[in-house]
Design a protein around this ligand. Sequence first.
Ligand SMILES: [Zn+2]
Length: 255
Amino acid sequence: MFIDTHAHLYGRQFDGDREEMLARALAAGVERLYLPNIDRDSIDGMNALAAAHPGRCFPMMGLHPCSVGEHNDEVMAVMERELRTGRYFAVGEIGIDLYWDKTWLGQQQEVFRQHIRWAKELRLPIVIHCRNSFEETIAIVEEEKDEHLRGVFHCFGGTVEEGRRILALDGFVLGIGGVITYPKSGLAQVMSELGPERCVLETDAPYLAPVPHRGKRNESAYIPLVAAELAKATGRSVEEIARITTANATNLFGR
Ligand SMILES: [Zn+2]
């Protein structure tokens, strides 16, 4: 049994075959799916999908860093109101993204910190999106870390040193996805050193499809391809990877 800890299955890329895609995931052994929120407009579709598949699809709530901009106060009021309904399994996805530019860095930092404070108060894990921003992101997590703060660095693609800095934080795990199947990413080599003990699996569907589907739409049924690559990199069996990552995800999100 596998868990896909990060999949945008409510996206319109799946409008034509969503139920078939979910059936393929189940047939591949992917029994639980965690849905990260993006912005105000993604909430209804995400919650509708979760409501249609109780015990299988689990929603999270948060404002993606690429959606941080001029109207934060208004949108953050919506995020807080949603989080306080108690229906979400994590605060996410949240973080800092400096891939395009640094225009909103200050706002992204402020919004990230506010989400972390809600997560601590509500005792929810956080799901972190961090792109071209490792130092900026980890600095805030380290500052805010307390006994209640735990979470996942989603789509981990960093160095061994960065991985160790994350794993020095009690209660934090690495989200491993399709990038581990891309030879030039070097992630398989990095994971051979870090090991699978603090990992969870994810697709980030519809993005970042693993080889041999690279460049096409990703879906949760491809989780075993990620597990196989992590197994190969760390010298474990796929069964061991399934057991370790499922236990970690269950521990992180509850049921
Ligand atoms: Zn995502």
